[in-house]
Design a binder for this molecule. Sequence first.
Ligand code: PSU
Ligand code: MN
Length: 303
Amino acid sequence: MANEKLFHIHREIAAALAANKSVVALESTVIAHGLPRPQNIETAQRLEEIVREAGAIAATIAVLDGELFVGLDREQLGRIGNNNDIEKLSARDLPIAVARKWNGATTVAATMWIAHRAGINVFATGGIGGVHRGPLPDVSADLPELARTPMIAVCSGAKIVLDLPATREWLETHSVTVIGYGCDEMPGFYSRLSGLPVDVRCDSPSEVLEIYRAQHELGIQSALLVTVPVPAEAEVDDSVLKQVLEDSLAEAESQNVGGRDLTPFLLAGMSAKSEGATLRANLALLENNARVAAQIAQAVHAG
Ligand code: PSU
Ligand code: MN
């Protein structure tokens, strides 16, 4: 068991968890490294409001001075969003961050690790990490964390910069059940379609709840991945997407960008080259996913 002393659970969130009310965990890498300023902090606050409007409480997760924070106040959110020395922390980095008292934003993997141990069972993000393109087998730690954490994870599929078919195969091999929420194929992040299958379609929070319950009763320890397409009006045109993605991937290769810097580099490059179209899509899908996650959390706690 993790030492509870390392966790700082915000008062309101601790009270909600104790009263079995709905809580939605949110990641912070998207704030620190995934979105430009000032939209990053505005978005983080907007996501918390959306979750609240839908009747749940948002728990944005980050590491501050080596302590694991579940729920951030304004000042803490500002530290994560406005400083240049915030680390991008995946699960493997947590022991280092704790030992060396780092400030860091948590990826999907690290956020799920913390949220699950804090007793939260629903999590929302934009797009999960996955299997990267290119010759190296570069596989985001988000995938194995999904395979071993029994939570509901709401996203718009894996980020388009990745090898989506390989990512889909990985999820299948590691028994992560993939739900299409109001869709019959897995969304492709900035696109509503990817040509890849989901395991089942659900059209309401109660349908998701039925599967989540069954998974729990079976004792299955992997996440339930609920994939939600980007709202149609914010979807990025296919030909634009193809072009800016190709250019950004080539740029990353020629500048030798890799490892943890790769995803933020590609997202920023695509936004610049698409005159902000990919950024608008990213914001729209983040907001929509937060809303859906809060609705699902409501169903989980009502049921
Ligand atoms: N989704 C977004 N923007 C992001 C990310 C996801 O819309 O910045 C982040 C998430 O925190 C995810 C991480 O966990 O990118 C994956 O990074 P990597 O491929 O290095 O594991
Ligand atoms: Mn990687």
